[in-house]
Design a protein around this ligand. Sequence first.
Ligand code: AMP
Ligand code: GLY
Length: 424
Amino acid sequence: MKVLVVGSGGREHAICQSFRRSGKVTQVLCANGNAGIAEIAECVPIKPTDIAGLVEFASRNAIDMTFVGGETSLALGIVDEFEARGLKIIGPSKHASQMESSKSFAKDFMARHNVPTAKYVTAHSPSSAVRSLESGDFGDENSPVVVKADGLAAGKGVVVATNRAEAVAAINEMADLVGADAAEKIVLEECLFGKEVSLLMFANGEDFALMPPTRDHKRIGEGDTGPNTGGMGTITDSSLLTSQELENIVETIVRPTLRGCVAEGFPFRGILFLGIMMTAAGPKLLEYNVRFGDPETQAILVRLETDLVDICEAMVGGTSQEFPEIKWRPGSSACVVLASQGYPSAPKTGDMISGLDSTSHVPNVSVFHAGTSMLVPGEYYTAGGRVLGVTATGENLDEALSVAYEAAGKISFDGMQFRRDIGK
Ligand code: AMP
Ligand code: GLY
């Protein structure tokens, strides 16, 4: 079969690799891909936001299945458009994608279905958000509060303010930070404390199959300092959640969510990503994402042993179709992101990358390309903020981390930055 992957980052490189390993796939295509993806897939120059162009391409080229990487295409309704043309595609509908594309939609949904989450208020203007704070909805002027833009903001729409003055500043700056559309509504939230964990699943209606729990490292600097990024590294490891915690999350968050989607007429099909805070009062849901995470996916898919095509068939089949038993490579995994100088605010690009060849000799390592280009045949150059995701598996977390860092140590480019404390 011919599979089309939509997107151009490290996540999509990992997805393409999983499809390449499938015995059922004869050709992998990627729109629009990057220099690393081009080694294993045919890249086609159609942007993930060009939904009409993607539909045309898939039908003209007899694509058997399309897999959507990122939220932007989903929020634009790519799944509805493909399905209207009878094309098989993996991902949630435009309506279901609001679970990610609108924070107020997601919070109201959680409230309707008793999913534990932070107390919140949705404000329809900056001034009403400020009034809500001043009326004491979130404690006094010294209380922390979280300010979120309602719409998609590529990770820039959340400010964890340590007091009211910082929150007011964030409210007033939000439209400049993320654009007027995304900031049309503002969600204020009680600040939660605890360990964060991400839990992703393959879902079809009320059926689901969990992936190994994972942890992202969002800040640019070691010790979780500095500005937020798209993610500087991830691990999968069984110590992230005990089996009792996992069971509790399934009963209080996963099942009510999937049942709620069915009850509201939009059975969820695709990948559902839960951002969870393990608070003293139990697990609370921070957010839904309706797609694979980046770089969570890199660390998850290197452990997938079941054919991804079989899992995809279960996500698009009728709700009577059950998921195959999914096998994960035992142990742990780690992904260390190598980013360019100036990331996240002003990434410098166009620097030559050396040492990539020598990583191919390190066992159990995959180097996924995020922002790379091949300006000269055979030579890779940086072409984005996050450049590479060096990903390794191991029998335990220490081994996965040491292999990932060993491989990362062989790669260099001008201004390269990475965190040395992933998984610590
Ligand atoms: P989100 O995009 O909603 O996951 O928010 C991004 C990050 O902000 C999360 O990964 C958390 O670290 C933090 N965050 C979001 N909501 C809260 C909250 N209610 N309390 C504390 N931290 C939060
Ligand atoms: N790494 C966070 C995300 O993909 O949303």
